[in-house]
Design a binder for this molecule. Structure first.
Ligand code: FES
Ligand code: FES
Length: 218
C-alpha cells in the first residue's frame, strides 16, 4: 500500500492538473456567445490576388489562373505536376529548383510565376527521356554523377545552361579576361556550378560528366 507523502493533502497530481485545465478550457469555450459574428467576408484588401497567365513549359502551352504570389517552382510541381524540378531549400540557396526560363537558368523558387507570363520554361522533363536522354543526362549516368539524385535535375539544367553560356562567351566571376571567349577550365566549371549544392558530395563525378560533354562540343 502506498504511504501518503507528508504533503499529499496540498499537492495536486499531474493528472488532476490536466483534468482541471481541460475543464477550464471547456468552461471558457462554453461562454462564447452563440451570437458571435461570423467571419468577415473577404474585402478587396483581404481577397487573394489572382491573375491569368500563359506559360509554355517543355514546348507545351498552359493557361493558368493563379494566386499571384505563387512561385514558378510551385506552379511546375503543384499545378503542372512536373515533379522533376525539386524543392530543396525554397530560399535560393541550393539550386535544386534550377530550370531554364527564356534561355537563362534561374532558381524557380525565387521567382513568381506571373513574372514569366508568355515565357518559355524548360525543366528536366523537357531535356530528354529515359529512352532518349540529353547528352548531359547520359553523361551523369555514365559518370555516376549522383547518389540520392535529389540535386540532379537542377545540376543537369544548370549544366545545360552553363555550356550555352560558355558558347555565347558569357564571362563568370573567375574569367580573367571579360572580353575573351571563356574556356571551360576546372576553375570556371566549379565557379559556374557553385550555385548547385550536392549534399551527397558527388561533385568530382559531376565535373567529369560536364567536362566530357563540354569536350565533345569544343
Ligand atoms: S529550392 Fe530553390 S534554390 Fe533551393
Ligand atoms: S546526389 Fe544527393 S544531393 Fe546530390
Amino acid at each position: 500500500m502506498d504511504s501518503p507523502t507528508p504533503h499529499s493533502n496540498h499537492l495536486i497530481s499531474r493528472r488532476d492538473a490536466l483534468i482541471a485545465s481541460a475543464a477550464t478550457a471547456a468552461a471558457v469555450s462554453s461562454h462564447v456567445p452563440a451570437t458571435a459574428a461570423p467571419a468577415a467576408a473577404p474585402t478587396a484588401a483581404t481577397a487573394v490576388p489572382r491573375a491569368r497567365l500563359s506559360l509554355t513549359v517543355n514546348g507545351k502551352a498552359h493557361s493558368l489562373e493563379l494566386d499571384t504570389r505563387t512561385t514558378l517552382l510551385d506552379v511546375l510541381r503543384e499545378h503542372l505536376h512536373l515533379t522533376g524540378t525539386k524543392k530543396g531549400c525554397d530560399h535560393g540557396q541550393c539550386g535544386a529548383c534550377t530550370v531554364i526560363a527564356d534561355g537563362r537558368r534561374i532558381n524557380a523558387c525565387l521567382t513568381l510565376a506571373v513574372m514569366h507570363d508568355g515565357g518559355q520554361v524548360t525543366t528536366i522533363e523537357g531535356l530528354g527521356t529515359p529512352q532518349n536522354m540529353h547528352p548531359l543526362q547520359a553523361a551523369f549516368v555514365k559518370h555516376d554523377g549522383y547518389q540520392c539524385g535529389y540535386c540532379t535535375p537542377g545540376q543537369i539544367c544548370s549544366a545545360v545552361a552553363v555550356l550555352d553560356e560558355v558558347k555565347r562567351g558569357v564571362p563568370s566571376h573567375v574569367s580573367a579576361d571579360l572580353n575573351a571567349r571563356p574556356i571551360l577550365s576546372a576553375e570556371e566549371l566549379r565557379e559556374r556550378m557553385s550555385g548547385n549544392i550536392c549534399r551527397c558530395g558527388a561533385y568530382s563525378n559531376i565535373v567529369d560528366a560536364i567536362t566530357e560533354v563540354a569536350g565533345s562540343r569544343a
